[in-house]
Write a new protein. Sequence first.
Lengths: 347, 347
Amino acid sequence: MNDKATIYEVARMSGFSTATVSRVMHDGTGFSATTRDSVLQVAAQLGWVPNHSARSLASRRAGIVGLLFPDFGEDGPGSESALYVDQVIRGAERAATLAGDAILIAATRGHGGLELARSVVGKVDGLVVLAGSLAAKDLAAISTRVPVVLMATHTAPHGLDFVGADNRGGAAAITAHLISAHRIKDIAFVAGPRRSPDSRERFVGYRQALVAAGLQAPASPEVHGDFTESGGAEALETLLAGRRTPPRAVVFGNDEMAIGGLAVLRRHKLRVAAEVAVTGFDDIATARHVRPTLTTVRQPMRDIGETAVGTLLARLADRSAPRQTTVLPTDLVLRTSCGCSTRGGSK
Amino acid sequence: MNDKATIYEVARMSGFSTATVSRVMHDGTGFSATTRDSVLQVAAQLGWVPNHSARSLASRRAGIVGLLFPDFGEDGPGSESALYVDQVIRGAERAATLAGDAILIAATRGHGGLELARSVVGKVDGLVVLAGSLAAKDLAAISTRVPVVLMATHTAPHGLDFVGADNRGGAAAITAHLISAHRIKDIAFVAGPRRSPDSRERFVGYRQALVAAGLQAPASPEVHGDFTESGGAEALETLLAGRRTPPRAVVFGNDEMAIGGLAVLRRHKLRVAAEVAVTGFDDIATARHVRPTLTTVRQPMRDIGETAVGTLLARLADRSAPRQTTVLPTDLVLRTSCGCSTRGGSK
DNA sequence: TTACGGTACGTAAGCGGTTACTCAAATACT
DNA sequence: AGTATTTGAGTAACCGCTTACGTACCGTAA
């Protein structure tokens, strides 16, 4: 890092031992005020900053936590799907920095996730990992070496700590809104990828709301998209083609698919809201800029990142504490695509 | 980190010295193939991963680079301005990870930037810092300890390496487009904050294009906004109030102000493009969702992050190399707000 | 006065690797 | 065959800090 002063110089110049200097630097006990002052003064004068590697080698604490997230390849500058990851990163950064730790981030690019994780593991005290970053077995391997907190996927394996959003509740809420506020009964669901736990949870929530209202509910999603605009468009086309009359509402598995769906409805000359209500999930930035503005469910991604790091830090402090599972509430964001009035939807 | 095997066990079990084990692990020279194999086998069997702290203490290389960025407080989930930071982060992460280094990120929250930076500095081999993260003097202090690469601000002080986007060229290009493609001569400019180097550069580009076309060019911006929607709106109101007829085009210092301007024009019953062409700068996500879609200039933020880390790594490899300055080209993104046809502007 | 607990520090043994030096054996060169 | 190199590996001195122990000194209770 740099060939500057060491604790030895500080010790020598201040007339104390390295032990005392070390204690002054972080212990806060076992020395007098005058001692502390002179040590601090010498340290400042020398511009001494304790060497982090040496410190963590001796104390077995890196003071760094890691964040693993999946990288969906070369998403262009307009890609929204990446956005939620950024929010998580920000939240995690905030929690870590505020706690005095540093945070190191790494994207697992498809293959080689384990190798990456290995290299990261060596540098951190613990890891928070976003769903989809790592195969389950790799996760298991990693978690034997350092504490791991899983984010955003409801299937928390291996008894790991977990922090996520209430996908099910959010989907249920938005579906219930369509039913009770807009008196709609014929509500279709456009799911995301079959393997996506989030998509599944959302479907379950959708289904629960229907059942709770005494409406007929399919056992499994009618159509699946891939969480992209075009995927959502295709899925909706398929759905429309399979019916003689369009449904009165379509609950999409996420915002991007919903936006793709909006275009399809336009093409079919179906008026959004008036004829077919549409809802998304995630509340991406674009959701309030499309016309009509999109009713959706906001996930507190930033909070998830923050909470996950908080959970990790707690675990680091007490490795034997019981497993922690946090499900953060989601927010229903009512805009116009469901039929709610224009006002209040603009901001 | 964990109380697992050390290099000593590996050495003992493989029958070689720690030096040989160490060499096998990264040197790639000075031992036979059979030796390597048996060492590697024992290492794998023991599940040994070299302790990072020990390694970096002994080798004086952390294998970690840091990224400092400003945090604009509690920006809600819809805040666009934060977006570009995320792109930079992604780019930096990518470059670092691909180079086998890890990347550590930290947001400087207003005050205390120096302290944060200090703590980060101890953990990394070098730093890439985004404009606005640190006061100039703090930057100077930091850069005496580790190599620093500055991003996105054209005023690179202290002879530091620098990577940025061609703000001037972008502004010139978009202005020239208005002139040559749309035959517009009366073009106004809404600047950002007076102190913003980016805003200044953009104004210079705008001015250059006017001069190059033989048009009259103001010596300094007519009006200033603060890079926000409302600021842009206000600035445009001021500008309109100061003229008897509106300009045929307004080049805004960034997208958000331009979007604010769009609303103002609507209020004034002025048709965008047909009567007043509008352009932005940055190509934020919303730019292609507002109506009319916004013609703007895209900055390769991701590339800036990547390039900055690349530059840092190069500097780390050769500290005495001459100062590196990279200005990445910007892209003109033609949509409809300037008068270009609708097609091509949707995606 | 003596015994004892508490404070304020010092000593020095690690923490787990890296790497400058050495050295013997194998190989290459005259 | 004799010598100069190269190769493969070992020894051990660090890297800079933390921390378990040990010690000297001081105040206080018995």
